[in-house]
Design a protein around this ligand. Structure first.
Ligand SMILES: Cc1cc2nc3c(=O)[nH]c(=O)nc-3n(C[C@H](O)[C@H](O)[C@H](O)COP(=O)(O)OP(=O)(O)OC[C@H]3O[C@@H](n4cnc5c(N)ncnc54)[C@H](O)[C@@H]3O)c2cc1C
Length: 362
């Protein structure tokens, strides 16, 4: 598991909050800097160090929806690595269907009293700043959902469950979280009460694009490490690279990597222009994560038995890739959920399945 010390060192090195505006305490870059950090983490096999979740997914909630007072309370700590952030939406009985979450926050004077349980929370074991999705009005459906920041060092009644044992991403602390009448100041509400659902929907395009950026980085790295291997491995008096099948597999992978790069770069440009809509981001996540899994699997095959051992990074890439089709919304949800989320700077109501239907008729 990545230690707190490593988080602080990443802060000292300037890797945290790269895209956060300078006037708010960030590095003053933009999403492209986050993408480069992801690429570099992929190159050294460290994607389970979840900087991107902290900087590219959670910090934007704070500079988009929080008050100046909240920003000054949390962003400097997130920049230095003293605060490690997590976002807690999923629950044991509600993952894809976020409207079904049960965690409740009941207003009591100047506090909310938070009760419930979360699971699968990335950075969950280390995090000391949690954005918790909860119901502030149980009768109002999605309009009763809010986001509340929990500073775990300052509250009572909060506990962490076991670290989940996963098939990949072993250095990433994925945890269960429990809230037993946790009293949180009303001043920790993120944005407006009852707007948690639209806030999460507005942030989804960036989250899904980030999964695609990770996928592309891993595709590149899997091709690179496979080329290294097959150029050296001998069979039947030649290198594995000399077999026509090997060249075909790698040529197809490289072609798909280039297609993915053009699409992902285009999505990044749209994001920077405030025009990345939910459907486009869903397509990027769907296609790149599915191709990532297939390409890494094909690359692993070229390692033969060594591909199945942890002696070569391709085995970890393979195990780590599997989650990409699940978190941030499953591949099925990318195709099927009707989303009304708008780009932060635009206004499109979109439905991927409907788009496919229209395209088919056209
Ligand atoms: C390593 C890891 C890290 C994670 N990090 C976080 C995190 O930081 N924060 C957080 O809040 N969550 C996190 N998650 C949770 C993740 O987002 C959910 O697991 C995911 O959204 C799926 O939810 P679920 O597991 O409840 O599956 P379910 O919703 O129970 O889905 C089960 C199956 O049903 C399918 N399905 C569901 N609804 C539909 C539908 N309408 N149409 C067709 N098929 C459907 C799904 O695609 C899936 O195949 C993480 C999960 C993992 C494993």
């Amino acid at each position: 598991m990545v230690s707190r010390d490593v988080w602080r060192k990443a802060g000292e090195a300037g890797f945290l909050l790269a895209s956060c505006p300078e006037e708010l305490g960030g590095a003053g870059g933009d999403y492209r800097h986050e993408a480069i950090i992801i690429q570099e983490l992929a190159k050294c096999g460290c994607l389970d160090f979840n900087i991107h979740l902290h900087s590219a997914l959670i910090a934007p909630y704070i500079y988009q929806y929080c008050t100046a007072e909240q920003q000054s309370r949390w962003l400097p700590g997130m920049r230095s690595g003293e605060l490690v952030a997590a976002i807690a939406m999923s629950e044991p009985s509600a993952g894809s269907d976020l409207k079904a979450i049960r965690t409740q926050a009941v207003r009591d004077g100047d506090s909310y009293v938070l009760s419930g349980q979360k699971t699968f929370i990335s950075n969950g074991h280390l995090a000391n700043l949690l954005l918790v999705a909860c119901k502030t009005d149980a009768a109002a459906g999605s309009k009763g959902l809010s986001l509340i920041a929990v500073e775990t060092d300052k509250v009572e009644g909060f506990s962490r469950g076991r670290l989940l044992k996963k098939i990949g991403m072993h250095a990433q602390d994925t945890a269960e979280l429990f809230f037993d009448n946790v009293r949180v100041p009303v001043a920790n509400l993120v944005g407006e009460e009852g707007r948690g659902f639209p806030q999460m929907m507005e942030m989804l395009p960036q989250e899904r694009l980030t999964v695609a950026v990770i996928g592309l980085a891993v595709i590149d790295e899997s091709i690179r490490s496979t080329l290294d291997y097959v150029r050296n491995r001998q069979a039947f008096g030649k290198t594995v690279f000399d077999f026509q099948n090997t060249r075909f597999v790698l040529a197809a992978a490289k072609a798909e990597a280039e297609v993915a790069r053009v699409f992902v770069d285009n999505c990044i440009s749209r994001l920077l222009d405030g025009e990345l809509d939910a459907v486009t981001a869903a397509m990027a996540k769907l296609w790149v994560s599915e191709r990532q899994m297939a390409i890494v699997d094909n690359c692993l095959q070229l390692f033969g038995g060594y591909g199945y051992t942890l002696d070569y990074p391709i085995a970890r890439m393979w195990a780590d890739a599997r989650i990409q089709r699940i978190y941030g919304g499953t591949s099925e949800i990318m195709c099927q959920r009707r989303s009304k989320s708008r780009p932060l700077g635009g206004a499109k109501v979109v439905h991927l399945a409907a788009h496919l239907g229209n395209a088919g008729r056209a």
